[in-house]
Design a protein around this ligand. Sequence first.
Ligand code: NAD
Ligand code: DAU
Length: 357
Amino acid sequence: MEIKMKTYLCTGCAGFIGTSFVHYLLKKHDDIRIVNLDALTYAGNLENLKDIEGDERHIFVHGNICDEELVRKLIREYDPDYIINFAAESHVDRSIANPEIFVNTNVLGTVNLLQRAKEAWLDGREWKKGKKYIQVSTDEVYGALGPDGFFTETTPVNPHSPYSSSKASADHFVKAFHDTYGMPINITRCSNNYGMWQFPEKLIPLMINNAKNHKSLPVYGDGMQVRDWLFVEDHCKAVDMVAEGGKDGEVYNVGGHNERPNIFIVKTIIGQLSERLNDPEINEGLIKHVEDRLGHDRRYGIDPSKIKADLGWYPETTFEVGIVKTIDWYLENQEWMDRVTSGEYQKYYEEMYRNRK
Ligand code: NAD
Ligand code: DAU
């Protein structure tokens, strides 16, 4: 019997987590094809995928998930088994400054993907076999916790920021397509990721880059907000396992009991860098408590028991190991950081196409 090669339509995979996901899949499977649809916003960086240039299993498509014709054409042409939606505006501070783009990409873009998938996969009342839509969501849709307890999949959705509200809205649409039309879906809700290729607007790469350059380290408010940190490869493994084995219609929380207050993260980075670089100017004097983020969620904490029980997923990398690997990666890839902070990385796509002409 012929086994059909699996095709993934993955969106947003020139960004932080998507980049890791593409690398993870290509390392794990020989016989797959990944169509990577990415709009290359400021957060998309094709240089992240430089090492797999020429690998025929990865097909990059520059485009927007809101583009009806393009998404229709890609589904028709490649007939994906899975559509995995990583594409999003992902930064909370940007959503506070400018919420509209978060509605466009995160809500309308998701609905466009759902509509195009339904158009291609629903025949009368029957869904084509083996197809599934996976929405990569976030623990932020649950809102904030007090000092005790954890988010489970039955915790009511109660977002606070424009970012988390747009992600929660998208999740509702995904569920609506399942409940109304019977679309095969899963939703993953993951905690804070860290690791290589993260854009330095997010806490960990920002602090590494600033500390290394003896710049001040802006800690919002008292710095006692708690996040549940997950090494990005563990998240990729979870999304892959959910795509392969997730029960239809289910939500899976992804996190690893790695809760740490922000100030602890910042002090850990200072300690690691000053020791590694033997640089006494990297010290806690660089910490600057600044005005708090508006509506700042105090604590997130994931209960991952469902994904463990159903699929056998568990986080392999402890925070102590993951943060060292992460710091090492940024130290070894200073050129990547320089090209991102100077904006040079955005010219890479243009150069690539100019050279091909
Ligand atoms: P990111 O901001 O690093 O990357 C987002 C990617 O999406 C970029 O490549 C960007 O070019 C692309 N994109 C943005 N708008 C697009 C559009 N309209 N059409 C096509 N592509 C578009 O984000 P990330 O941190 O890698 O997050 C990926 C996903 O995981 C997001 O959905 C996010 O909500 C979710 N998530 C992130 C975290 C985290 O800690 N970073 C945790 C849980 C969930
Ligand atoms: O929980 C999952 C979410 O994690 C994802 O859905 C988001 O896409 C991702 O951006 C992340 O959101 P956060 O807001 O938690 O991440 P960020 O790195 O922006 O901030 C982490 C914490 O650090 C948060 O409490 C705010 C604080 N912070 C952040 C920055 C950038 C600071 O104190 N100073 C800073 O300069």
